[in-house]
Each structure stands twice: as structure tokens, then as C-alpha cells.
Design a protein around this ligand. Structure first.
Ligand code: GLC
Length: 428
């Protein structure tokens, strides 16, 4: 009896203090019933992974309802919609997806999560990602999933045309793509293409183009110490090579393609090769046309002799204008916890941000192509060094590359102008 009274007393004392620990020790931030809004993945990619995350969170924090709103699939549009709302200090959304390149751009509008997230969780992430998300000492996002550029290829078609390995260089890729395309068309598939990738004038082209440029030894757009590196003969050669693919081994329309456009052609069985992120892996396995007949490889090398992939990925941030910051932070923390990342990562076939998960057999089985070593060599875009100017840098860059791909501008001229524009923008 005495013990029961003691427990009742403890509970009575604890409640007014706003004790918000859920049963398993997870801190839900509040005991009140609140609804928060999360800007989620666009339709067609991984809404189920997010719905499952929200359901799991509901079990841990039953008092918090998460409303998921679909964000734009186009990164630039998504960023613009965030910035418009942030400028108005709108409390309309609480938790957002933050592209790996955005912490510097959005830092002023994102909550510093340092005092919310347990240090052990921060320590569980790959350190480079925590550095990426720390702006002027504030932890403005938590890493959720990683992307890096990789080459998808059709094992059946390589075998059919006598190739015993995926291409080691871009030139080899172009040759193989042409032979396979010619053969498949001759056999009656007029819709077949050698190689699909991201050629639209948007952030995705910055990723593809930077991979071509680095693999050719042509520089990094802006080096970590601030040197502008675009107007190089190696970069020009890399972009001219890519321009030569348009309308030959790649559809004319590739200059309007984003990830999902490339994925659609690939899934239909109409491409020999595709450049894409790991997220396309599970959906490729599920594809009826190619599920059993594809594999992935590192991207081919350019004239530098080594291939290069760009680091992508999505992190989770909380708006400073949220009316429920503690609950919003709790959702961000739960979403990026090891427990949730294991499921999320498998559902989206995107490598996790939590280092220990790479040793997990289920993760290894779901994405055999990924490891901390592969992630470590992926090249970051110059978002840390250019910080709040990154979006303008990238826009100038992909616009210039796009003009080369369309044939509007010669590579030499386009890159000279790009260099001048970047110098002006960055005050060099
Ligand atoms: C993927 C990457 C992201 C990148 C985008 C470009 O979503 O994860 O980092 O900016 O593609 O389209």
C-alpha cells in the first residue's frame, strides 16, 4: 500500500513538471496533444517509407500527430517554397526535408537541435554528415539518408552483346551503349536507348556534371579553399563528351530529364545504362521488366583514370517558426534515430547516416553496393564553402552546362562566362 502511495506521489509530482518520456525512454518533448506538419518525399518515390515512419512514431509518442504534406520533387522549387514561407516566418510547417547541400542556405531559419537531441545519437552518425549539418556551431539538421551517384546496368544485355564487365570509362560506356542500342532497335524496340541520366536544367544536372568534371580531372566548381574551378580544358572536354551523347545514345529529351524520368525509361526495360542514386535500387528490383537482370557499379572514369560520384542525401530540420518546436524536434530525432533509420533505409534502399547500421546484415542484404568507404569517397558539392550562395553557384553552373548539352553554346565560351559570373558572385 505504502509503495502504491509512493508511486502515486511520484506521478503527481512528475506530471506538472511536464514529464514527456514515452515508455521506452524516448523524449516526446511534450505531453500535450499536438499536430505537426512534415514536408515529405514527393509522390512516386518513398511515401510508404514515410508513412511507416509516422506510424512507428505514433506508437512511441501517441500524443503527437504528424501530418505529411508532399513537397515538390524539384529541389529548386522545394527550396523556393521553404524560403517564401520562412521569410514570412510562417508556422505552417514544422519539420522539413533538407537536402545535404542546404544547411548553409537555411541555417537562419532552422532550429538549433543541439539541446534537443541526445549526444549519443549525434555521435552515432557518420561524422562528415554532422559537420555538414553544423553551421556556426548550431546543429540545424539531422542526417537521414545518403545518396551517391552510381551506374545501373543490364546484366542480360551485357552478356547478350559479349561484354563481361560494366564499362570502366565513359568512352567504353558510350561504345557499349551504342552497340546495345543498335542491336535492340534492330530487333524491333524503337524506344530503346543506351544511357539515361539527369540532363534537365536543375540541381540534378549539377550532380551529374560534377561527376563528369571530376572524373576528367577538371576541378570541383569551387574548391574547399574557395578557388573557382570550372574553366578548365578537362571540364570542357567532359561536357563536350556528355553533349555528344544527347540524341545518339541518350534520347533528345534527356536534356529535360530528372531522376524519375530516367528511372521510368530504365524500369520499362528501355535503357542499357542509367545514372541514378541508390534510391532507385529497390524499385528496380521490383520492376517486372528488369528486376532480375540488372546490377550496379561505380560510375565510369574519365580522363583522370578514376570515376567520381557526388554525395547526395536528405536530412531533417525543424523550422524556427514552429509553434511546437519540442514535438517537432522529437519527430526529427525519432525519424533519424538508428531504430527508424534501419527501416527507412531498407524501405528506400538509401544508405543510412548511422555508422553502426552498415554492419547490420539486413542493411547489407538490402543494399550490397553501399559501405562507409563508398560513402566516404563520394564528392560533396561546394555547399559548405559557398554557404548561402550555393544555390546561385549551382544555378549558374547547371545553366552553363545545360547550354553546352543543348548545343546553344560552345563549351569554351560557356565556361569562360561561367567563370566570370562565379567570380562576380563570390567576390573573387
Ligand atoms: C537527390 C540527392 C540530392 C540532390 C538531388 C538532385 O535527391 O539526394 O542531394 O540534390 O538528388 O536532384
Amino acid at each position: 500500500m505504502r509503495r502504491i502511495m509512493f508511486l502515486v506521489l511520484v506521478l503527481l509530482l512528475a506530471l506538472p513538471l511536464g514529464m514527456s518520456m514515452a515508455q521506452d525512454g524516448f523524449d516526446c518533448g511534450t505531453t500535450e496533444d499536438v499536430t505537426i506538419t512534415y514536408i515529405g518525399d514527393p509522390a512516386g518515390t518513398h511515401p510508404l517509407a514515410e508513412a511507416a515512419t509516422i506510424e512507428r512514431f505514433k506508437e512511441v509518442c501517441p500524443n503527437i500527430t504528424v501530418e505529411r504534406v508532399e513537397g515538390s520533387a524539384n529541389g529548386q522549387d522545394l527550396l523556393a517554397s521553404y524560403l517564401t514561407a520562412f521569410e514570412a516566418e510562417s508556422p505552417d510547417f514544422d519539420v522539413i526535408r533538407v537536402d545535404v547541400i542546404w544547411p548553409g542556405l537555411l541555417a537562419n531559419h532552422l532550429l538549433d537541435l543541439t539541446s534537443y537531441v541526445p549526444q549519443a545519437q549525434v555521435d552515432s552518425y557518420l561524422p562528415a554528415l554532422v559537420i555538414n549539418d553544423t553551421v556556426d556551431g548550431a546543429l540545424v539538421a539531422l542526417p537521414l539518408r545518403i545518396g551517391f551517384g552510381m551506374l545501373y546496368y543490364r546484366t542480360d544485355l551485357l552478356e547478350k552483346y559479349g561484354y563481361d564487365a560494366p564499362p570502366a570509362t565513359w568512352d567504353e560506356l558510350a561504345e557499349m551503349a551504342q552497340v546495345i542500342q543498335d542491336g535492340e532497335r534492330a530487333e524491333g524496340n524503337p524506344d530503346f536507348w543506351g544511357f539515361v541520366w539527369q540532363g534537365n536544367s536543375y540541381e540534378g544536372l549539377t550532380c551529374d556534371a560534377l561527376e563528369w568534371q571530376i572524373s576528367n580531372g577538371g576541378g570541383y566548381i569551387v574548391s574547399p579553399d574557395g578557388e573557382i574551378q570550372v574553366n578548365t580544358p578537362e571540364a570542357a572536354a567532359a561536357f563536350e563528351r556528355a553533349a555528344s551523347w544527347v540524341g545518339t545514345i541518350s534520347p533528345d529529351g534527356v536534356i529535360g530529364y530528372a531522376e524519375e524520368d530516367a528511372r521510368a525509361v530504365w524500369h520499362a526495360g528501355n535503357a542499357a545504362f542509367m545514372r541514378n542514386w541508390p534510391y532507385a535500387y529497390t524499385s528496380s528490383l521490383d520492376s517486372e521488366a528488369i528486376g532480375d537482370t540488372f546490377d550496379v557499379a561505380p560510375l565510369p572514369a574519365g580522363d583522370s583514370g578514376v570515376g567520381a560520384s557526388v554525395l547526395g542525401g536528405w536530412h531533417i530540420g525543424v523550422s524556427r517558426y514552429s509553434e511546437n518546436p519540442a514535438a517537432a524536434a522529437a519527430f526529427a530525432i525519432y525519424m533519424t534515430s538508428a531504430e527508424n533509420q534501419k527501416h527507412y533505409s531498407i524501405d528506400t534502399s538509401s544508405p543510412p547516416a548511422v555508422f553502426d547500421l552498415y554492419a547490420d546484415p539486413d542493411i547489407q542484404a538490402a543494399m550490397p553496393f553501399s559501405s562507409p568507404e563508398v560513402v566516404a569517397v563520394a564528392n560533396a558539392r561546394p555547399s559548405t564553402v559557398t554557404a548561402d550562395k550555393y544555390n546561385e553557384v549551382s544555378t549558374l553552373y547547371f545553366t552553363a552546362v545545360h547550354s553546352i548539352l543543348t548545343g546553344e553554346e560552345d563549351a569554351d565560351v560557356a565556361l569562360e562566362l561561367l567563370e566570370l559570373d562565379l567570380k562576380e558572385l563570390l567576390g573573387k
